[in-house]
Design a protein around this ligand. Sequence first.
Ligand code: DC
Length: 239
Amino acid sequence: MQPHKIIIAIDGYASCGKSTMAKSLAQKIGYLYIDSGAMYRAVTLYALEKGFFDGEKLQAERLEEEMESISIEFRLNAATGLPETWLNGRRVEQEIRSMAVSQRVSPVAALGFVRRRLVACQQALGKEKGIVMDGRDIGTVVFPQAELKIFLTASPEVRARRRVEEYRSQGKAVVYEEVLRNVKERDRIDETRAIDPLRRADDAILLDNSELTLEQQDAWLMAQYRRAAGLDPSDSDAD
Ligand code: DC
């Protein structure tokens, strides 16, 4: 029997490993993986390249005027089997992860006109179910009906260390203190913004992964998926 398709929403703080967790599960169970943060990052990159920022201050009205001409797609990379972010027909998977974008994305993600547009796109992507989406408001706003909701957390220091390792593995020089400051500042903006702030949905399962290995986390998530999809949670090699 084919397991029935569900929606899996993974929310949580910046740099908790949401996307690592979501990607790994989606690949194992043959679901579509969507990184909703990549969409906010792509809009931020667009604004940066168009010169809509004075330093870190955004001219929001200029972005609003051009919002309709921003097209964001996810195209599957055949070699990795993972979706990549494309902005107006250009692959931007690397550019959207830069420090310049990371430092400017929270104010962009706090804008109502940006959120309305991106939430509608995200809901359209989930119409057929069979999707794992990670972000900040997936279980609360985008898919309040999701069959499985996870809220992921880890200490700011653990998260900053992970991000530094990620940057360094890509050959980028970063300062730990600066990354830690950025992580904390993004938490503060994400949690206190007026529209769709980061919060745990009442029915989301909380996971603090500060002390977990990736293998432990993956096994835990697989069991949650199997339970939510009506499969035997202990029988992870079946189907
Ligand atoms: O997960 P991330 O660091 O790539 O997210 C980038 C930014 O986008 C972050 O400041 C939070 C914001 N975001 C959001 O507001 N809503 C989402 N569903 C996903 C990300």
